[in-house]
Design a binder for this molecule. Structure first.
Ligand SMILES: C[S@@+](CC[C@H](N)C(=O)[O-])C[C@H]1O[C@@H](n2cnc3c(N)ncnc32)[C@H](O)[C@@H]1O
Length: 448
């Protein structure tokens, strides 16, 4: 594929992601497969698409300095300008003159001479004058918003909850790549053996301190290994691995995972149970239960019964106090995983947070009777927002006097997390900047 064709594919992809509000990671993978993008172009395509989405608001701020406010710009032309300015400002892989040349070529073929000369004019001005200085933006929230490309309502919200410094660090961390992490299936391979095998294959790896099963991959493509395809390893963020570590499910126990798909945490729980006992794994969406089944099958785990069910109605299916352990890994706004799914920061709205917090409270309220006395319940989300995290837990504890927060959680956490800035009376909020993981919330409750 020529450079021009790769750039053209990037513009199409950016347009589709914006117009369909599609998840960029899924659309990028489809594009690579369907257009048969060569491996040498794969990483550049991914880098430009992700980068352009990640920096969208910053790029638009830069472009606004060079384009008349009243000028109507077609969406594809804006995409060409954004991706070109992204490459000129944040990447140094291709010289500016080549970036401009390719942008003009796309504009000529897709549009006409007039558009090509507009694109050429704007990009040449950016090249000549440089992008505008953002340090003169007076309002703190606006400056963070523009510099890190997060919507201002979200920056203001985070500032009101966590202050300027944590918010700025969080927004900046969301722009950086995180290392891929995997979990070993300990019934099939030990972590040490997996590390040795990966070492032989030329991977650069480290042990994760979040989980005895976790491995951080600094270099190497795990997807192409038999260790992955044969279920010795599975991809999971380190924060998610904390859940099964903290749930302490033992072989022979009865466990409920109320919101289970695609099955990352429930398979980890089954591993901790040495594949002995029983796990009822529900998800609201019937088609997603197949994802849980597939994951369990590749990992050779047989104790998971994946089925459709609304977590708010499980009392119709199970008697009170049926379970030793319950996981509520609730549907959430996902503001902790912006780094991997940058679309989230533009697609989520503040009202979603309020709606989700009601669903989360509802799920907890209806699940609570199913826990045995002395049992443990973990509530977790992959978001950073008090309304969906601490507030949900606090309201639940106020209403349900038979539950208390299991404060031994705080001694139970891995040493590197103890004393981390997100620990509160209601649980552990992990910020994406603290350990360069996803942002995540987790707490552990017990019935007395
Ligand atoms: C954060 S995800 C769970 C991730 C999963 N625990 C894992 O580790 O792979 C939340 C899941 O809850 C499901 N969900 C949403 N509302 C639900 C409800 N009322 N009852 C059960 N599941 C629900 C969603 O379909 C989604 O798959």
């Amino acid at each position: 594929m020529s450079n021009y064709q790769v750039r053209k594919a990037i513009v199409d992809l950016l347009l589709r992601i914006e117009q369909d509000s599609g998840y960029s990671h899924l659309l990028i993978n489809n594009e690579i497969k369907s257009r048969k993008i060569e491996p040498k172009d794969e990483s550049l395509l991914t880098e430009i698409v992700y980068g352009t989405i990640q920096r969208k608001l910053t790029l638009d701020y830069y472009l606004a300095a060079f384009i008349d406010k009243k000028k109507k710009i077609q969406p594809w032309v804006r995409m060409v300008l954004r991706m070109s300015v992204y490459q000129m400002t944040f990447l140094n892989k291709v010289p500016d003159h080549a970036v401009i040349h390719e942008a003009v070529e796309i504009a000529k073929t897709r549009g006409h001479k007039g558009i090509a000369s507009f694109v050429n004019g704007v990009l040449r001005s950016v090249q000549r004058k440089g992008v505008p200085d953002t340090s003169t933006i007076e309002s703190t929230s606006k400056r963070i918003s523009i510099e890190t490309s997060h919507p201002e309502w979200l920056v203001e919200r985070w500032i009101s909850m966590y202050g300027n410094d944590i918010t700025r660090d969080m927004c900046q961390a969301n722009l950086k790549r995180k290392a891929l992490t995997v979990r070993v299936q300990p019934l099939k391979i030990s972590r040490q053996k997996a590390l040795d095998e990966l070492d032989k294959l030329g991977f650069e790896t480290r042990e994760s301190e979040f989980s005895s099963q976790g491995i951080i991959i600094d270099k190497g493509n795990i997807l192409k290994t038999a260790l992955f395809s044969e279920g010795y390893l599975t991809i999971q963020d380190q924060t998610s691995m904390l859940v099964a570590e903290m749930l302490h499910a033992k072989p022979g126990m009865d466990v409920l995972d109320a919101c289970s798909a695609p099955g990352g945490k429930v398979t980890h729980i089954a591993e901790k149970m040495e594949n002995k006992g029983s796990i009822d794994a529900y998800d609201l969406h019937a088609k997603k239960t197949k994802l849980i089944e597939d994951k369990a099958a590749v990992l050779d785990l047989t104790i998971i019964d994946a089925k459709q069910g609304d977590a708010r109605k499980l009392q119709e299916k199970h008697a009170k106090e049926s379970f030793d352990r319950i996981l509520v890994d609730a549907p959430c706004s996902g503001l902790g995983v912006i780094r991997g799914k940058p679309d989230i920061k533009y697609n989520k709205q503040e009202k979603d947070i309020y709606q989700l917090s009601e669903i989360q409270s509802d799920i907890l309220e209806h699940i609570a009777p199913l826990l045995k006395k002395g049992g443990l319940l973990i509530y977790s989300t992959c978001t950073v927002d008090k309304k969906e995290n601490e507030d949900v837990v606090e309201a639940f504890l106020e209403k349900n006097s038979d539950f208390i927060l299991d404060t031994s959680l705080f001694e139970d956490l891995p040493a590197m997390i103890t004393g981390s800035p997100g620990i509160t009376e209601m649980g552990l909020q992990i910020y994406p900047q603290t350990f360069y993981t996803d942002g995540f919330f987790l707490t552990r409750l017990t019935k007395v």
